[in-house]
Design a protein around this ligand. Structure first.
Ligand SMILES: [Zn+2]
Length: 593
């Protein structure tokens, strides 16, 4: 390895030094005609083509100069809004000792998503996926309720060993996140900080130009009770959100419910009747079978291995189990469908003939939609046979009832009855009421007039890079990115049509005037055809382009184009600063208004 000191870099030339201008000819913007083949999401393709990011390896991206400028602007908006609700910025370590995660129990529950490594002494460590534990240990130094409330945050690198990193910055293994943590003496304090975050997040998304709405969420591995996920509709997303078009009902499919039409069962028989169903292995086949039953009068029995225990999960024949609902309802950590051999060993039958009637030696969990159902058909745990006249409460030993079914599009809104939509979304933020779990684990308590109490915590996250990508998903066209002003790498590009002294001199003067007026501006002084410069400016997505050419200069004007609307105008050279600043502030208004 060469460890000698770097050579002194020769001067790049008098013009650069004297003007101090950001010149495209010196800027590293490797634009590409085509995106990589795996770039399906528009933000993935465009951020690569426009020279913002490059992949190092799957899920890890280098931020190139334009990318880092935008990334920093996104981070600054988040910082502004969290500061505005009283946030104090920290920076905690990325690498954590295993003991802290073992203490909270998440060393085990995080599973493969957590990067782990041993140091040279063999001490196990983890790369931070989130920082509840670490902030809770810091909070142990709070001692009196008079010090509360506190709101602490950081903007810092997180690691997540995603099974399938994809879609550019949307699903990565290394990313920057703003994570904040609130500390209060009671639930009312937590509620207030939660509501403050809810409002701050909505402002952030508006400033980023990302349409957002909040949904009830599964709290998953985060261990919270109340939580809201913020979503933006996009085909590039990985979350399905159930949404009502008439009222404000919206929930992640892992949490959503719907109102089902009431089904009147025939009067039940005294006991189940076993009947032969040769070759009938599916719900559909049993519907078609002579003497069978419609799907909504069948029981679907799913044999699951839950933390090593075979468990029967029963839903209606035409319903789908949502595994996350099962996990949330039971608290189980390791959940998977049982293997065929495991199933046969437990029930003595194969899939197609399985059921829970009379099963007493295995846990049985049933979906709430089966409550009160009395004339159902189900497998008899005997290959080629089913039971009919099954009364769920009478014939199944249900140990737990829970909402387990996944809502389907068109089912009725639980609030107003309107048919529900299912919308593909990107999760762009998440806020949780954690309660006292972490404070109790780490001994973060404060004294109050009524004695010592655990601190009530909340936790709130926003991915910076993901929101940068979400902004592109929401703001692009077939020519490239259309950056909202506040997060554009530069607000204005001045395109010099020629590099002669007069044209370049006028462009440089305009650059200096705009810069002096506080405009974030780039001067395109590349020795390239006008068509190339225009195409690059559109691909990169600067909100305003000024074109300085000999013909316009003869008439004392420059051409101005707004990227978003395509609006063109000729602006007198003396009016450029006023015109541009007015337009930029109007463009800001359209985003945040
Ligand atoms: Zn509704």
């Amino acid at each position: 390895m060469d460890t000698s000191p770097p050579a002194i870099i020769p001067s790049l030339g008098g013009a650069v030094a004297s003007l101090g201008a950001m010149r495209w000819s010196n800027l590293f913007v490797p634009t590409l005609r085509d995106a990589p083949n795996d770039a399906v999401a528009p933000s993935h393709a465009l951020l690569i083509r426009a020279g913002f990011i490059r992949q190092l390896h799957a899920g890890h991206y280098s931020m190139l100069p334009l990318g880092w400028r935008t990334h920093q602007k996104v981070a600054q908006i988040v910082r502004d809004e969290i500061d505005a609700i009283g946030g104090q910025e920290f920076l905690l370590p990325t690498m954590h000792p295993a003991e802290i995660w073992q203490q909270s129990g998440r060393w085990d529950t995080m599973g493969e998503i957590m990067f782990r490594l041993d140091d040279r002494r063999g001490n196990p460590t983890a790369l931070g996926i989130t920082h509840e534990e670490i902030f809770a240990t810091v909070a142990t130094e709070l001692s009196s309720y008079k010090q509360l409330p506190q709101l602490w945050y950081q903007i810092q690198t997180k690691f997540r060993d995603e099974a399938r990193p994809k879609s550019g910055l949307l699903r990565v293994r290394e990313f920057h996140m703003k994570d904040s943590y609130s500390f209060d003496v009671d639930q009312a304090g937590l509620d207030a900080q939660f509501d403050a975050h809810d409002a701050a997040y909505r402002t952030i998304f508006a400033r980023l130009g990302v349409p957002a709405f909040g949904v009830e969420a599964s709290s998953g591995a985060m261990g919270g009770n109340d939580s809201v996920e913020f979503m933006t509709p996009s085909d590039a997303g990985e979350d399905d959100v159930v949404r009502c078009s008439s009222c404000d009902y919206a929930a992640n499919v892992e949490r959503a419910t719907s109102t089902l039409p009431v089904i009147d069962d025939p009067a039940p028989a005294a006991e189940p009747e076993k009947f032969a169903t040769p070759g009938v292995l599916t719900i559909a086949a049993l519907e078609a079978f002579e003497g069978g039953a419609p799907a909504d009068r069948q029981l679907k029995t799913l044999v699951m291995m839950m933390d090593g225990q075979i468990t029967l999960v029963v839903v209606r024949g035409d319903h789908q189990l949502n595994t996350q609902k099962l996990i949330d309802a039971t608290g189980a950590i390791d959940v998977r469908p049982a293997e065929r051999e495991e199933t046969f060993a437990a029930l003595g039958a194969n899939p197609g003939s399985l059921g829970a009637v009379g099963v007493t030696d295995l846990p049985v969990i049933a979906d709430l939609a089966l409550e009160g159902r009395t004339s159902m058909t189900t497998g008899a745990n005997d290959d080629g046979f089913h039971f009919r006249h099954v009364d769920v409460a009478r014939d199944l030993h249900v140990g737990r009832w829970a909402d387990l079914r996944e809502v389907s599009a068109g089912e009725a809104c639980p609030n107003c009855g309107t048919p529900l939509d299912i919308v593909r979304c990107i999760e762009i933020g998440h806020i949780f009421k954690l309660g006292t779990k972490y404070a109790e684990t780490f001994g973060a308590t404060v004294s109050t007039p009524d004695g010592e109490v655990p601190i009530v915590m909340g936790s709130y996250g926003i991915g910076i890079g993901r929101n940068m990508a979400a902004a592109v998903e929401a703001n692009h066209d077939d020519k490239g990115i259309v950056w909202p002003v506040e997060i554009a790498p530069y607000e204005v590009v001045i395109t010099a049509m020629r590099l002669d002294e007069t044209t370049l001199g006028a462009a440089e003067a305009m650059y200096a005037d705009l810069k002096a007026a506080g405009v974030d501006v780039l001067l395109d002084d590349r020795d390239a055809r006008a068509g190339v410069k225009f195409a690059d400016a559109e691909l990169v997505g600067f909100p305003v382009r000024l074109t300085v050419g000999p013909r316009g200069l003869d008439n004392g004007v420059v051409e101005l184009v707004e990227r978003a609307s395509g609006e063109q105008a000729e602006v007198a050279i003396g009016d450029v600063v006023a015109d541009v600043t007015r337009r930029l502030s109007a463009l800001r208004g359209t985003i945040s208004g």
